[in-house]
Design a protein. Structure first.
Length: 376
């Protein structure tokens, strides 16, 4: 049993984790019913975890996680790349829901312990269910090894705090596309193929979530992961628990991907809202910047609610322009009703099943050009 350093107190009793989640099955087509607050209790999550990793059964606890570097951050907190003690080839992307200042090759557990006395999680309303809904969704779909859903390995509790372990991928799309445009300048046809493949993979992931009665609700480039084999995957199904001191940035970040019918209104968030967010993401990736990104959030909301129309790059094929255009229909009822409607569009059906050599080279070269993560 870990003994904390002198002068640092620790509760003798481990807190029981009770999880409050919003039911994500609500959809616009279901009479705009309100989401139902549901209680979930994951009594089987403990301070140790047993997983299957490449055919090997491995049991570990948080003390065995060795920090390597930070992978990303969001409203939930931070995602760190860690390796497993005594298993140097086993690496995880570890989601933790508070701001950790970790150092290279440092025992993960000690820093989790140190940070607890300074930061706390919100335990009510929207902030409370976020990390728990992410865990619920990951346990529902992350074990299925769907090619376009990030793989879930397991979760641990350390003194009541939740740690989610999942597969690490090379990067996220928000870090990828700036280099795509600034350094590589792909031909129009190659960029068009890239956008269509990204769209198809994310739609397949969203469609799979829908088959499990789940909706994503935070589709954006930051939550699209890139693998070296030209595979794109969805992550963050509900966004992990938000810190008190990051509440304002939490909502501003995703606000710019909300459809007009959602801005300023309290209504159900359904698949057509995710479709708008996908359209906005595809437009952002294709032109290299988020529309109206220089506008204040209030100005942005005003444009979106009233008169904004997408300026889709003319260098894209008409099929791809049609795809983005229909996803960004201002009238929610004019957007596709089902994801299969999108998959049956010409931009999807004419896409080669296997990536071309040009696509593979583009992805590989951009990933090689990414800044090498360094410990903080």
């Amino acid at each position: 049993m870990y003994s904390p350093p002198d002068g640092i107190s620790r509760s003798a009793k481990r807190r029981k984790l009770r999880l409050m989640c919003i039911d994500l099955t609500s959809d616009i087509e279901k009479n705009d019913e309100e989401n139902i607050l549901t209680k979930y209790e994951f009594a089987d999550i403990k301070d140790s975890c047993k997983i299957e990793y490449n055919g090997e059964s491995i049991e570990f606890n948080v003390k065995q996680l060795i920090y390597l570097n930070k992978l990303g951050e969001g409203s939930f907190g931070l995602v760190h790349l860690v390796k497993l003690e005594n298993h140097p080839n086993v690496k995880f992307a570890c989601k933790v829901s508070w701001n950790l200042n970790l150092k290279k090759k440092t025992n993960f557990y000690f820093y989790l312990f140190e940070i607890k006395k300074r930061l706390t999680l919100e335990h009510d309303g929207y902030q409370n269910y976020s990390s728990q809904s992410d865990l619920k969704a990951m346990r529902t779909v992350g074990n299925d090894r769907h090619p376009h859903i990030v793989c879930y390995y397991g979760a641990l509790i350390d003194d009541g705090q939740l740690i989610i372990c999942m597969e690490p991928l090379e990067t996220s799309m928000d870090k990828f596309y700036p280099i795509l445009h600034s350094q590589f300048h792909p031909t129009s046809s190659l960029l068009d193929k890239f956008i269509r493949r990204l769209a198809k993979h994310i739609v397949l992931g969203l469609n799979y979530l829908k088959s499990k009665n789940l909706i994503h609700r935070d589709v954006k480039p930051q939550n699209m992961l890139v693998a070296n084999n030209v595979i794109f995957k969805l992550c963050d199904f509900g966004i992990c628990g938000t810190l008190k001191d990051s509440i304002s940035s939490t909502h501003l970040g995703s606000m710019r991907y909300l459809p007009p019918e959602r801005l300023g209104n309290i209504c159900s968030y359904g698949t057509r809202s995710d479709m708008w967010a996908l359209g906005m993401s595809l437009l952002e990736v294709s032109q290299g910047y988020l529309p109206l990104s220089s506008e204040s959030i209030m100005s942005f909301m005003s444009h979106m609610k009233n008169d904004w129309q997408p300026d889709i790059p003319t260098t894209l094929s008409q099929q791809t322009r049609d795809l983005i255009s229909i996803l960004l229909e201002r009238d929610v009822n004019q957007r596709p009703r089902y994801y299969n409607d999108i998959l049956s569009m010409p931009s999807m059906t004419t896409l080669e099943q296997n990536p071309s050599e040009d696509e593979r080279n583009l992805i590989e070269n951009i990933l090689k050009s990414l800044p090498i993560p360094t410990p903080e």
